[in-house]
Design a binder for this molecule. Structure first.
Ligand code: SAM
Ligand code: SF4
Length: 447
C-alpha cells in the first residue's frame, strides 16, 4: 500500500443492489465509483437514490454506463492520483463512444484543483460536497434545494445504515483539507436524526452508524452528543459512531458505551501524534496526557472494548524524539487497530507550506515502526479472544471461501464460517486470531 496502511479493514465501500452488466438495453445506465471515507460512502447512497429516481439502472462497469459519477476524496495526494487514473480511462471510453457523460463529485469537486481537472479531462459536471443536490437537475429530476443533509435515508444497505448527524468541521488542523472542502460544522437537529433512525429500524435496519467528522462535537439546542447517542441507542438495536475528536470526548459518553447494551463497545479516537510539540504544531488542541487519560476512562468503563486511532507520521517538523513519543503512546494505549498515514501535503493547508519536511526514507522507517508497534499490541490483544464464544453480527455475506464478515459486540472484525445472511446474529467459537481479524468456526447457533 502506498502512503496509507489500514490495519483494520475500513468499512468496505458497499454498493447496494448492484446489477452487473447492462440491464434493460433501452434503459439509461449509471455507474457510481466511491473513493475515501464513510462520509463519501454515505454521499454515494444519496447520489444512488437520485439516479434511481431519474430512471437510471445502476451498473458496475464503466463500459456499461451512459453516465459515470466519481465521488471523490481529497484527504491525501494519492487519492487524487487514483481519480486522475480513472478520469484518463473514462476519456478513452468516451472517445470509443461507450461512456457518454462524466460527473465528478465529493471533496475533489470542492477543491481548487477541480477547475484544472474539469478542463484537462473535459468533465461534464463538477460538484462539491455542499451542492451534491445539483446532480438532480443534471440527471433530469426537478431542481432540489438542500441545506445540510436531505431527508433521504442515509442507508448503505438494508441492514447497515449510515446516518449523518453533522457535517463540516470547526477545527483547523494544520494538515487537513476537510474544513476547506466540507465547511464549518452544522449539526442536525436531534428529532430529525432520531426520526430517521426509527424509520430505518422500522424498515429492517439492524445496525446504525452515526457519522460526522467530529461526531462528539455535535450539539443542538442544549443537547450534547451523549444525549443524542443515548436517544439513538434506545431506538436502534445496534449503534456505533465515527469519528471523534479527543477534545470533545466526554467521560459520560465513554461510560455510556460501557453501559448501553445496544452500543458497540468500540471507540475510534484519532490521536495523530504522541508528541505534545507535534500536537501543538498540528493545532489539535490537546496534549498526549489528556488523550491517555481519556483512554484510561474508556478502558475502565468498557473493559472488553476495542480502541482504534489515526496516526500521521512525517508531518513537517517531526523529529526523532517526537516519533519516539508516538511509539510510547502507542505502547501505553495498546490500540486494537490503527490507521497510519504518511503525511501528504494538501494545497491550501498550513502544513503544506511548512519548512522542515521529513525525508521520504525517514517517513517510511517511522511508518513501519509505528505499524509494527500497533500490530504487536493488536495481535497480543486478539490472542486473548481465542477459545471464547462470541455473539457475532453478520455485516457482509459469505465470501468465496465460505466466510462471512461479522463483528463482535466488542467491535472485533471476525471471519466466520457461515452463509447466514447479513443482519443476523450467530454464536461461534473464536479459533484463531491475527493482528487484524479474529477467525471463528462454524456457528453453534443463530440468535
Ligand atoms: N476528523 C477526524 C479527526 O479529527 O481525527 C479525521 C478526519 S480525516 C478525514 C481522517 C484522517 O486522515 C485523519 O485522522 C488523519 O490521520 C488523516 N489525514 C488527514 N489529512 C492528512 C494529510 N494531509 N496527510 C496525511 N494524513 C492525513
Ligand atoms: Fe480535519 Fe479532523 Fe482536524 Fe477537522 S478535526 S480539521 S476533520 S483532522
Amino acid at each position: 500500500m502506498s502512503s496509507t496502511t489500514q490495519i483494520t479493514p475500513k468499512a468496505p465501500i458497499p454498493l447496494s443492489r448492484k446489477p452487473s452488466g447492462r440491464a434493460d438495453p433501452g434503459a439509461k445506465t449509471a455507474c457510481i465509483r466511491t473513493f475515501g471515507c464513510q462520509m463519501n460512502v454515505h454521499d454515494s447512497d444519496r447520489i444512488r437514490r437520485m439516479i434511481q429516481d431519474a430512471g437510471y439502472a445502476e451498473v458496475q462497469r464503466y463500459e456499461d454506463a451512459d453516465l459515470v459519477i466519481l465521488n471523490t476524496c481529497y484527504v491525501r495526494e494519492n487519492a487524487v492520483d487514483r481519480v486522475k487514473g480513472h478520469l484518463g480511462e473514462l476519456n478513452r471510453l468516451r472517445r470509443e463512444g461507450r461512456v457518454k457523460r462524466v460527473a465528478l463529485t465529493g471533496c475533489i469537486g470542492a477543491a481548487e484543483e477541480s477547475d484544472a481537472l474539469r478542463r484537462t479531462y473535459d468533465i461534464d459536471l463538477v460538484l462539491g460536497t455542499h451542492n451534491t443536490y445539483e446532480l438532480a437537475e443534471f440527471v433530469g429530476l426537478p431542481t432540489m434545494q438542500e441545506t445540510y443533509t436531505p431527508e433521504l435515508p442515509g442507508t448503505s444497505g438494508e441492514h447497515n445504515a449510515f446516518v449523518t448527524i453533522m457535517t463540516g468541521c470547526n477545527y483547523q488542523c494544520s494538515y487537513c483539507i476537510v474544513p476547506t472542502v466540507r465547511g464549518r460544522m452544522i449539526c442536525r437537529p436531534m428529532e430529525s436524526v432520531v426520526r430517521e433512525v426509527e424509520n430505518l429500524v422500522a424498515a429492517g435496519t439492524g445496525y446504525v452508524t452515526l457519522l460526522g467528522q467530529t461526531v462528539d462535537a455535535w450539539r443542538h439546542e442544549g443537547k450534547r452528543f451523549c444525549d443524542l447517542l443515548e436517544a439513538v441507542s434506545e431506538s436502534a438495536p445496534r449503534v456505533w459512531f465515527t469519528t471523534s475528536h479527543p477534545s470533545n470526548m466526554e467521560d459520560r459518553t465513554l461510560r455510556a458505551i460501557g453501559e448501553k447494551d445496544t452500543i458497540v463497545k468500540r471507540l475510534h479516537l484519532p490521536v495523530q501524534s504522541g508528541s505534545d510539540r507535534m500536537l501543538k504544531v498540528m493545532h489539535r488542541g490537546y496534549k498526549a496526557e489528556r488523550y491517555r487519560r481519556k483512554i484510561e476512562v474508556f478502558r475502565d468503563a468498557v473493559p472488553d472494548g476495542t480502541l482504534s486511532t489515526d496516526i500521521i507520521v512525517g508531518h513537517p517538523g517531526e523529529t526523532e524524539e517526537d516519533h519516539e513519543q508516538t511509539l510510547r503512546l502507542v505502547e501505553d494505549c495498546a490500540f486494537d487497530s490503527a490507521y497510519i498515514f504518511k503525511f501528504s501535503p494538501r494545497r491550501g493547508t498550513e502544513a503544506a507550506g511548512l519548512p522542515a519536511t521529513v525525508p521520504d526514507a525517514v517517513v517510511q522507517r517511522r511508518f513501519l515502526a509505528v505499524l509494527r508497534q500497533v500490530e504487536r499490541n493488536a495481535f497480543a490483544r486478539n490472542q486473548r479472544k481465542v477459545g471464547g464464544v462470541e455473539e457475532i453480527y453478520i455485516r457482509h455475506g459469505s465470501t468465496e471461501d465460505g466466510k462471512a464478515i461479522g463483528e463482535t459486540w466488542s467491535g472485533h472484525a471476525v471471519h466466520v464460517g457461515t452463509d447466514i445472511a447479513p443482519g443476523n446474529y450467530v454464536k461461534a467459537k473464536i479459533e484463531s486470531a491475527g493482528p487484524h481479524v479474529l477467525y471463528a468456526g462454524v456457528p453453534s447457533g443463530r440468535l
